[in-house]
Write a protein that binds this ligand. Structure first.
Ligand code: SF4
Length: 70
């Protein structure tokens, strides 16, 4: 799964880092970064994206290039 954080939308709410702590971290600018795209399972990553209030996490299927979320 390809994970993209739209940093212009990210508000640093931290839901993503709480739900998938091995994938997402918050940097010194209070924006989310992907530290390890395979750090947590797809279910946690998808949940993190869905719980982002800013809809700043975009998920794509690596193999097909299709958008998974949103
Ligand atoms: S949940 Fe969304 S707004 Fe909050 S830190 Fe993560 S990407 Fe940014």
């Amino acid at each position: 799964m390809k994970i993209t954080v739209d940093r212009s939308k990210c508000r640093g709410v931290r839901n993503c880092a709480s739900i998938a702590p091995n994938v997402f971290d918050i940097d010194e600018q209070f924006k989310a970064v992907v530290v390890d795209p395979k750090g947590d399972g797809d279910a946690e990553i998808t949940k993190a994206a869905k719980f982002c209030p800013a809809v700043a996490i975009l998920l794509d299927d690596e193999a097909t290039g299709k958008r998974i979320f949103p």
